[in-house]
Design a protein. Structure first.
Length: 130
């Protein structure tokens, strides 16, 4: 059978990366650091952060890292640099969480795992875990 792997991008095209978060606030803090470092090394990178399960927590109102810094400020700064944040609606439903708790800078997608897979299979994104 013929492989359906995405074709290699031209050397001039921006690198596309999906960071997949599932474990909670400590992982999110590492992930945000990784995204910042990634952009410092490659400012043209196209980065999408997808959260499901405990990986949605940093995208909810009032979430803070272990140093007490609010995640929404970091998310806002990274969004201004082109990073997209996507949160799993299935997780919200399963937890009976109010959609109003999701910060304005995050977009809700039907399924976090399906979104991470779609970005890889259909759009040629590289998959990274923090």
């Amino acid at each position: 059978s013929v492989s359906q792997a995405p074709a290699a991008q031209s050397a001039s095209a921006p690198v596309r990366v999906v960071y997949h978060l599932t474990l909670g606030l400590d992982e999110a803090q590492r992930g945000m650091g990784n995204v910042r470092n990634h952009l410092a090394a490659d400012p043209a990178a196209r980065i999408v952060v997808v959260g499901n399960g405990n990986g949605i927590e940093f995208m909810l109102d009032g979430a803070k890292d272990r140093n007490g810094n609010p995640f929404d400020v970091s998310i806002q700064e990274l969004k201004a640099r082109g990073v997209e944040f996507r949160l799993c609606n299935n997780t919200l439903v399963q937890r009976k969480s109010d959609r109003a708790r999701v910060i304005a800078d995050a977009d809700i997608v039907t399924s976090g795992v399906a979104e991470a897979a779609r970005l890889q299979a259909r759009e040629g994104f590289v998959y990274l875990r923090p």
